[in-house]
Design a protein around this ligand. Structure first.
Ligand code: ATP
Ligand code: MN
Length: 479
């Protein structure tokens, strides 16, 4: 039996023809004369209304058409009598694929809390909110590939299992086939990784950047888009243990080029979502408005989701140095009234509360902060002439804080090696990385965008666990 996705059916609306739809029942409403069923197949936020006359369907069939059941309806598509939909399907034939016992099916046609739905990650894609998020997520992923392809970047797949640690040890997941109870030991009692699968200690990647740089210094412009793992033991609304990161890396780009690219890239993919996910974003905009109403007046956000997205794509991001940002923060009201949980002064790593003050209160715009103190940034960032700061850039977004972290990379072999010694990285362990500086080094730059932080922003959701199908976080790996 051929059938049309509901999204296409509603768009083409072939009136007075016989059509078949297949999907999951959202609601069933019975009146004196008829029974109305809202069916959704995940192709769109919209449902199609299927109608049967009272008494038309056998009682035992009708009993199986309940919320969550999977069914197919065949019948004429006709203009709808009721308000709320343009067309409806007059049921002539019903197939029940899979009933859903209403006593046991956990999703009911009412608003469930996001916390409750997190416990049902296997079923929550069947709700309006999560299906909308997943479609927007798809569109953004597609837009990412399209953007880079259109701009001459090559998609580079960097390894998921690595023996290097780009960001500093401590938050990596080990990959091993050694016996967990009785691993082989060296003479001094340590685990003997030379007997492990790869002959050395290996972990899941925390970033594809170092390998990305190798690609950029061969192909010119590359990007990665892959799973990334951090054993972050912090239960925040912005961190996952498994997330997807997009990391472009470009030869011959300096910090300013890097900033320009980051801004254009983010705006372009958001614009794509606005153009291609209008129905889903309208739904999410409305969802957020309802949620805001439940908050105290002073905590309600001034802009709706769609307003915010349009605002971001039509305004230039603010660009300022870390040093200037510290000035603003030190002289800010919350600093003077000691309302920040963490104190600010030149040299500290900015906390999310500081980033959000700058973005949400002070500038009310996305902000790109640059030239951070070298002590709080990674060893590979290019040092400024003053010897104090590095050519780093963080892009900060309202409601999120850091969405992008990047930098121009140190291309001077001697400075890079000196910095590695300072932070305690044995240069020999990264001999292959240093070879790029040894042979044909070039100025280059890149950044990392956490894909889920982008999806968080575009969907207006508040918790990063709600924008990935199956979140991985401390004590969370059920599905
Ligand atoms: P944060 O300070 O928010 O932890 P970070 O400085 O550790 O971020 P980077 O190492 O620069 O982040 O990684 C680049 C980007 O990856 C970040 O800007 C962010 O968008 C994303 N990111 C980092 N850690 C996580 C995480 N645990 N879950 C989801 N996204 C993340
Ligand atoms: Mn982090």
């Amino acid at each position: 039996m051929s059938y049309l996705p509901i999204q296409q059916l509603l768009k083409t609306a072939p009136i007075n023809t016989q059509v078949t739809v297949k999907g999951w029942v959202r609601t069933k409403r019975e009146s004196k004369n008829a029974v109305f069923i809202a069916l959704n197949d995940g192709s769109t936020i919209n449902t199609i209304q299927a109608v049967a006359e009272a008494g038309q369907l056998p009682e035992e069939t009708l009993k199986l058409i309940t919320t969550g059941a999977c069914v197919a309806f065949t019948g004429q598509l006709v203009p709808s009598q009721g308000s709320g939909q343009a067309v409806e399907l007059k049921i002539e034939d019903v197939t029940i694929y899979g009933p859903a016992d209403p006593e046991k099916y956990p999703l009911q046609p009412k608003r469930h809390s996001l916390e409750f739905l997190r416990e049902l990650a296997h079923l929550r894609p069947r709700t309006n909110t999560f299906s909308a998020i997943l479609r927007v997520r798809h569109a953004l992923a597609f837009a990412v590939h399209q953007y880079f392809n259109d701009n001459g970047f090559y998609y580079l797949n960097t390894p998921i299992i690595t023996a290097s640690d780009a960001e500093g040890a401590g938050e990596m997941f080990r990959v091993t086939t050694l016996d967990a109870v009785k691993p082989p030991l060296t003479e001094d009692g340590k685990v003997d990784y030379s007997q492990d699968f790869f002959g050395k200690e290996t972990n899941l990647t925390v970033s594809g950047q170092l390998e990305g740089e190798l690609g950029a210094l061969a192909l010119g412009k590359i990007y990665t888009f892959g799973p990334t793992f951090r054993a972050e033991n912090s239960n925040t609304t912005r961190h996952l243990a498994e997330f997807w990161m997009i990391e472009p890396e470009m030869a011959f780009f300096e910090l300013e080029d890097n900033m320009r690219l980051a801004e254009d890239f983010v705006k372009t993919v958001i614009r794509y979502a606005l153009q291609h996910c209008a129905d889903d974003l309208a739904f999410l905009d409305n969802r957020l408005k309802e949620e805001e109403k439940t908050k105290k007046k002073e905590e309600q956000s001034e802009m709706g989701l769609l307003d915010k997205l349009h605002f971001v794509i039509s305004n230039e991001f603010v660009k300022l140095t870390y040093t200037d940002a510290i000035d603003i923060l030190v002289n800010s009201k919350p600093a003077k009234k000691k309302q920040f949980q963490y104190e600010v002064s030149w040299g500290v790593d900015l906390q999310s509360e500081h980033e959000r003050y700058l973005v949400e209160k002070h500038f009310k715009k996305p902000v790109i902060l640059t030239n951070y103190p070298r002590e709080i940034k990674a060893f590979y960032m290019k040092q400024d002439a003053d010897g104090k700061t590095v050519r780093a850039m963080d892009v900060l977004f309202p409601g999120i804080g850091e969405i992008i972290g990047g930098s121009q990379r140190e291309d001077d072999m001697d400075k890079l090696v000196a910095r590695m010694h300072e932070v305690g990285i044995e240069p020999e362990t990264l001999w292959w990385y240093l070879d790029t500086r040894r042979f044909g080094s070039a100025p280059h730059a890149g950044f990392g965008l956490g894909f889920e932080r982008l999806v968080l922003f575009v969907t207006g959701m508040g918790n990063i666990r709600d924008v990935i199908p199956f979140p991985r976080a401390p004590k969370t790996a059920e599905f």
